[in-house]
Design a protein around this ligand. Sequence first.
Ligand code: NDP
Length: 323
Amino acid sequence: MKAIQFAETGGPEVLQLVEAPPPVLGPHDVLVRHHAIGVNFIDTYFRSGLYKTALPAIAGQEGAGVVEAIGASVTRFRVGDRIAYCLGPLGAYAELHAVNETRAVRLPEAISFDVAASALLKGATARYLLRKTFRVERGHSVLIHAAAGGVGQIAVQWAKHLGVTVIATAGSESKAAIARELGADHVLITSQGDIAKRVRELTNGEGVHVVYDGVGKDTWEASLDSLRPLGMMVSYGNASGAVPAFSPLLLSQKGALFLTRPTLFHYVPTAELLDETAADLFDVIASGAVKITPPARYALADARQAHADLEARKTTGSLVLIP
Ligand code: NDP
């Protein structure tokens, strides 16, 4: 099968199109023939070496397609089922992948493979951020960074659906227009001055209840300074680099803040929680509360370009690879 492998860590150029042996099925695995493969920022962390994995590795953790074979002990799926998975083991950037059945969900007819590969991982993330990490309520104000990005687009719409005031950031005017279109109440362009100062102006000097920050190093300080006392800092990604070490005293100085660095896996460790998450996500998509912008489609062989575009902040919404 065709696959995108990296044998060393580095820039997008380490991604190589290879002919790899088809995956070996374990007893609880399903073999998925991909129709669309999700590209996520985390894929670049494994490729760059920020997150560790054994090498050589086939990149990617999310895909959607049809079950082609099942392991002897599989109970959740049958051959021919339309499924999607996220948090699979690395290996999604390929024509086929073997995924533990607990990591996959059945797709309703209304959810296309492109939508599933665009939205399962990112939508599951938006859901736990807004419903579990800090449960937003009507009347809250939230700051969402990179609002025109993959997670960002879903989070902005879902937050509005839950009745909160959304202050969003975006890297350019065209991205800001997307965030406004999705319902953000206020959009700040990151290069145009002091984010925290503008957040305070928009919140009567008080600051927001929660910041959802997937940008990391570049926005860390502005995020802390945008929070009201006892506010919740949710640092869930490192698109601009990892947040450097700091003293917990900083949190007391900034207003006895709460801080968490969550990961999706810890919110959906079981098949039941993944099913519940996916059902919620597919509901908000089906109702129109969350619209999934058609993803930018790249051929599997062009995975390098997809990574380069994502890291250069050239993309909006989701990216998928088509095998
Ligand atoms: P995005 O589509 O959001 O792409 C990243 C965006 O970050 C860019 O488009 C850009 O938006 C912004 N950004 C700001 N500074 C930089 C920079 N220096 N380099 C690159 N991008 C920058 O990606 P995803 O939706 O895939 O992921 C968003 C974040 O969520 C990532 O940090 C990812 O790791 C994290 N994540 C975390 C999960 C978890 O459970 N912890 C699960 C899923 C995702 P702009 O130009 O508008 O600023």
